[in-house]
Write a protein that binds this ligand. Structure first.
Ligand code: RIB
Ligand code: CA
Length: 310
């Protein structure tokens, strides 16, 4: 089967970095481009981190377009408490990038990539959805060049940034609303499934054993683990973003349920909540396939295999 074309939109972020590595390491995906957005840390740092990760794995052929430095309407909210000041804090700094960002920027890089692809492309946003909303506003004519949007974000249940809202949606709820209302096929990997992808000591040892890149990942995941333990009391840090990549690469790993998803943008108390109509009580047509269960073992085996190839 030919590799599936993907564009990743990222805010690295430890789990974003692993998502990039999964996309680079597995032959089932063709990573056409990467775009960066402000989220976990400001844009300059997320862009630096994306370039560093791609350099580390030898993929300086992948263009990186820097995107939005803030949400559509709101001030930026970041997550240095989880990812550290650099956004990729860990025992050792990964080396500086050996290439620079693409001068086209996120929106025009997505447009050019879609226009030049021989087939529709999967968009995999794993940060705030600002770039995706900006792209859809600017190039609505290119929507038919998008195969699917496989996003990490939201939650059927609890939030992680407020009791109601997951970080990516919380940061830019207006952008998220525009994406969910775009009419495009959407797979939502929310906290309900990404919290099943906790990388505990055993998983980090398996990652370390995969080789050079796995050793670096295991190292910075130790930092990520300590942060998740301190902030959330988790015994294993969830690898949120790679789940959205796996949902494209191996859809059978993610059990989904079609639902209507609406994004709360008005309430201060519940801003950024993804209101998921699990039982269909609104009678409104579903606009997303929402992840409800992850094949955890299959997910990690996919990840080990991909990192072992880098
Ligand atoms: O809530 C988890 C999400 O927020 C992940 O994408 C993580 O990288 C942060 O962006
Ligand atoms: Ca992210």
């Amino acid at each position: 089967m030919s590799p599936k074309p993907v564009i990743l939109d990222v805010d690295p972020g430890h789990d974003d970095a692993v998502a990039l590595m999964l996309a680079c390491g597995h032959p089932g995906l063709d990573l056409l481009a990467v775009t960066t957005v402000a989220g976990n840390v400001p844009l300059q740092k997320t862009t630096r981190n994306a370039l560093r990760v791609l350099s580390l794995v030898g993929r300086t052929d992948v263009p990186v377009g820097a995107g939005a430095s803030k949400p559509l309407k709101r001030p930026l909210h970041t997550a240095e408490d989880i990812h550290g000041k650099s956004g990729l804090d860990g025992p050792e700094e990964i080396p500086e990038a050996t290439f620079g960002p693409d001068e086209r920027g996120a929106v025009e890089l997505i447009a050019a990539t879609l226009q030049s692809s021989s087939e529709p492309v999967n968009l995999v946003p794993v940060g705030p959805l600002t770039n995706i909303a900006a792209f859809l506003r600017t190039h609505p004519d290119l929507k038919d060049r998008i195969a699917r949007i496989s996003l990490m974000g939201g939650s059927i249940g609890l939030g992680n940034t407020t009791p109601a809202a997951e970080f990516n949606i919380y940061v830019d709820p207006e952008a998220a609303r525009e994406v969910f209302e775009s009419g495009l096929p959407i797979t939502m990997s929310g906290l309900d499934v990404t919290h099943q992808a906790g990388a505990g000591p055993a998983e980090r040892e398996r990652l370390r054993a995969t080789g050079r890149v796995g050793g670096v990942v295991a190292g910075f995941l130790d930092f990520f683990a300590a942060a998740y333990e301190e902030v959330f009391g988790f015994d294993a840090p969830p690898l949120h973003d790679p789940v959205a990549v796996a949902a494209v690469l191996a859809p059978d790993l993610l059990k989904t349920r079609p639902m209507r998803v609406d994004v709360e943008c008005e309430s201060d108390l519940t801003r950024g909540e993804t209101v998921c109509d699990f039982y269909g009580v609104t009678g409104r047509a579903p606009n997303a396939e929402v992840g409800v269960e992850l094949d955890r073992e299959g997910f990690f085996e996919l990840l080990y295999g991909a990192l072992g190839r880098l």
